[in-house]
Design a protein around this ligand. Structure first.
Ligand code: P6P
Length: 335
């Protein structure tokens, strides 16, 4: 039984300039995850679920736990002094940490503090997603926008917390994907899934088929392919869609599968955000042997243009993503 903290320290020699700062940073995320987990587990018992009536920059009504999680992760990251700034789904602009202990720090964090929060009131699992970069701007100055608008292939670490039937923290620093399960009696994350890999093929597809009529032709063709009866290729596949990216991603990572949130007629760039949803998940899935693209371009090669930009997202088992990409290319002229 090795704890998350012990594992990070044991592996920190893998970091190019292991000075313990990234170790400290991941420790801050671990702490905030425990605090948020505690509130989620009793959300039904205290006045903390439900909407605040306030809209975030996405135009989405913020759930109280969204804001709670956002504040706890920001506070933990600022207090640990390894981060000079944070960008969040719940913040219109990035937040620079200008205190003496943070202004010289060399990392920035981008996060979705509580993804899928509309599921909280119905007791469906939700998650936190985080993405970590080295700053570009010089130490001693506040973080600037360019520190956050970096392509995904420059991430130094990424991960998620899934607050499900058990609470797990899954992360990568570019040396494989490793999962830790929280023992609620001790509040300790123990290594439970070392070197997680996604099967090259799967039989699960995750997509909101309610948007079918608005999908690109390539996606419609892929859904038809998934639903054809061909036992020798294990079709028809199984449709599983929780409405919580972290939960769908985590299941597909373990069992094989594909998650698709494509562009639609009403959302030409799709719904998911490049910087704090797609890039971290893309880093994880590639480290696990899978693939992530916008249907045409590798997610981690997309040059960001603004903090909350959205991209179409195809992510999961390598062969499944390649199959739908082929159909997207074949029918792209019909859009
Ligand atoms: P829809 C949650 O809001 C989220 O960002 C993801 O977690 C989830 O997969 C998706 O949106 C659900 O969106 O449009 O299908 O309800």
């Amino acid at each position: 039984m090795i704890t998350l903290g012990e594992y990070i320290i044991e592996k920190q020699h893998q970091f190019p300039d292991a000075t313990g700062e990234l170790t400290q940073l991941l420790g801050a995320i671990r702490l905030a995850a425990k605090v948020v987990n505690r509130e989620i587990n009793k959300a039904g018992l205290v006045d903390i679920i439900g909407a605040t009536g306030v809209e975030n920059v996405q135009g989405e009504v913020q759930q109280k736990l969204d804001l709670y999680a956002n504040e706890k992760f920001k506070a933990a990251l600022e207090a640990r002094g390894e981060v000079c700034g944070v960008a969040s789904e719940e913040e219109d602009e990035f937040v620079s940490f200008d205190s003496a202990r943070s202004i010289d720090s060399k990392y920035v964090v981008l996060m979705d503090p509580l993804d899928g929060s509309s599921n909280i009131d119905v007791n469906v699992s939700v998650g936190t997603i985080f993405s970590i970069y080295k700053r570009i701007s010089p130490c001693g100055a506040p973080a600037v926008l360019e520190d956050f608008l970096q392509p995904g292939h420059r991430q130094v670490a990424a991960g998620y917390v899934v607050y499900g039937s058990s609470t797990m923290l899954v992360y990568t620093t570019g040396h494989g994907v490793h999962g830790f399960t929280c023992d609620p009696s001790l509040g300790v994350f123990y290594l439970s899934h070392e070197n997680m890999t996604i099967p090259d093929d799967g039989v699960i597809y995750s997509i909101n088929e309610g948007n079918y009529l608005k999908f690109p032709t390539g996606v419609k063709k892929y859904l038809k392919y998934c639903q054809e009866i061909e036992p020798e290729t294990n079709r028809p596949y199984t449709s599983r869609y929780i409405g919580s990216l972290v939960s769908d991603f985590h299941r597909n990572l373990l069992k094989g599968g594909i998650y698709i949130y494509p562009s639609t007629a009403s959302a030409p760039k799709g719904k998911l955000r490049l910087l704090y949803e797609c890039n971290p998940m893309a880093f994880l899935i590639e480290q696990a042997g899978g693939k992530a693209s916008d249907g045409f371009t590798r997610i981690m090669d997309i040059e960001p243009e603004e903090l909350h930009q959205r991209v179409p997202f195809f992510c999961g088992s390598k062969h499944m993503v390649e199959t739908v990409e082929e159909m997207m290319r074949e029918y792209s002229s019909e859009e």
